[in-house]
Design a protein around this ligand. Structure first.
Ligand SMILES: Cc1ncc(COP(=O)(O)O)c(C=O)c1O
Length: 431
């Protein structure tokens, strides 16, 4: 069997595949596991009740369930959904958009695959701030698809830090690309809130990136999977500024129904200029024929009457806010005063990003040891890609990502085991 370049890229081994497979295996077996690894949203009873109510309504409506299950969607998505969502965004933010600015895909992961490849080769996608979402890392058709910049790390206090965009580094890449000294940049891409760090780029940073993108005539892709207006996993009280989403015809805004609790419906949404929406719809038809309609039909009335905003702001946001505080307290308790550690300021998303600056082993090895003790986290190495200097950058091997949205007791026990293992490795290295 002779695989093509495409086959070798996507059917070959990849870090993300190893990791997902490993996690799946870790789940098998009868022992209790502490799953602080993957990206599943939390189970929030009040939110689950809303989906149950909607499905009951559909069951009670003549043709409701049949309409949801029995038809192919258009490659762009349900017209009523696009119309309701564009009206909501117009109303909330004054964006001049209509249904022609909305494209639906089977999960936003698919939209990113299409977008990152539409704007790369031979151009590169520029990620202004590492660490960045693991899910992009293996999506490029070309091995050389990505270029990424290291962050400036602000130490807020002994146990808290925050990443900032290093604009000198970003500008240097854009300038040398424009001068023909390196491959051209085809698009700039950031997740905000950021998976894995929980960082929320400041309004000023986003505005500067927007300006740079326009100056260099490339789109700015903003991945808003955790952002405002839904699921609104943004802790507005700790971030400087507003973290309101921004959009203009040069911005491609990714959204998703996954983190409001509907990952199984695979519904990704892209808000973009009509020509991008057309390009995505055409590619979507080739790749998938049509989208999954379930998420669109379940949420459409909540988007139409705006109640999805209240659900996100008043139920989902406070739930994660509390869980984030609980996780930080559990960490403090478990780590005490003897282990140096720092957490990225918890500004949004569903993850706690733990930096262990004195860790005598790599975070990949720590992950392996924790797995032996039934605690599953994600080693930080996977979130550092696109930079040739990573191997000499210790920070990239000193971090782990912890999903804190899971059961609080599990998070507490898991933190205790993480602290024990870190202590063990430190004692072993001192001896
Ligand atoms: C930052 C970010 N973007 C995109 C996705 C993809 O989400 P989905 O394909 O479920 O919409 C995820 C999933 O975890 C994510 O964390």
């Amino acid at each position: 069997m002779q695989l093509s370049q495409f086959g070798r890229t996507f059917a070959g081994p990849s870090g993300i595949m190893d990791l997902m497979d490993d996690m799946g295996r870790a789940l098998a077996g009868s022992e209790k596991k502490y799953m602080l690894g993957g990206g599943n949203p939390a189970k929030i009873p009040a939110v689950e009740q809303v989906w149950r109510r909607r499905i009951t309504e559909l069951m009670d409506t003549e043709g409701g369930i049949e309409g949801m299950l029995g038809n192919y969607d258009t490659p762009q998505g349900q017209p009523a959904f696009a119309e309701a969502l564009s009206a909501l965004l117009r109303r909330e933010y004054g964006w001049e958009i209509g249904p022609e600015h909305v494209a639906v895909t089977n999960g936003s992961q698919t939209a990113f695959f299409l977008l990152l490849n539409m704007f790369s080769g031979p151009q590169q996608i520029l990620f202004p701030l590492l660490p960045e979402y693991i899910g992009y890392a293996d999506q490029g058709l070309d091995p050389d698809t990505f270029v990424a910049c290291h962050p400036v790390i602000e130490r807020i206090d002994e146990h808290t830090h925050k990443y900032h965009v290093d604009f000198d580094a970003v500008t240097a890449v854009l300038r040398s690309a424009a001068a023909g000294e390196r491959p051209p940049v085809g698009a700039i891409c950031v997740s905000r809130p950021t998976n894995p760090s929980g960082n929320v780029l400041t309004d000023e940073e986003v505005n500067r990136l927007d300006e740079l993108a326009r100056t260099h005539d490339v789109p700015l892709i903003i991945d808003n999977a955790y952002g405002i207006p839904f699921p609104h996993i943004v802790f507005d009280d700790v971030i400087p500024g507003t973290a309101e989403p921004i959009w203009n015809p040069n911005i491609i805004l990714g959204m998703s129904l996954s983190k409001i609790g509907l990952p199984g419906t695979r519904t990704g949404i892209t808000i973009a200029a009509p020509e991008i929406v057309t390009a995505l719809s055409r590619a979507n038809a080739v790749l998938s024929l049509a989208n999954s309609t379930a998420g669109q039909i379940i949420t459409e009335p909540l988007i139409r009457d705006g109640s999805i905003l209240t659900l996100a702001r008043e139920t989902i946001r406070p739930f994660y806010r509390q869980r984030a505080e609980d996780a930080k307290a559990a960490l403090r308790n478990a780590f005490g005063d003897d282990i140096p550690y720092s957490v990225h300021r918890l500004e949004g998303s569903i993850f706690l990003w733990l930096w262990l600056p004195d860790l005598p082993i790599t975070s990949r090895e720590l992950y392996e040891r924790l797995k032996q003790r039934n605690v599953i986290v994600v080693p930080g190495e996977y979130f550092f890609f696109g930079s040739p200097d990573i191997s000499s950058w210790d920070h990239s091997r000193q971090c782990v990502r912890i999903n804190y949205g899971q059961d609080s007791a599990d998070v507490r026990t898991g933190m205790g085991i993480i602290a024990e293992e870190v202590r063990r490795t430190r004692h072993a290295s001192i001896r």
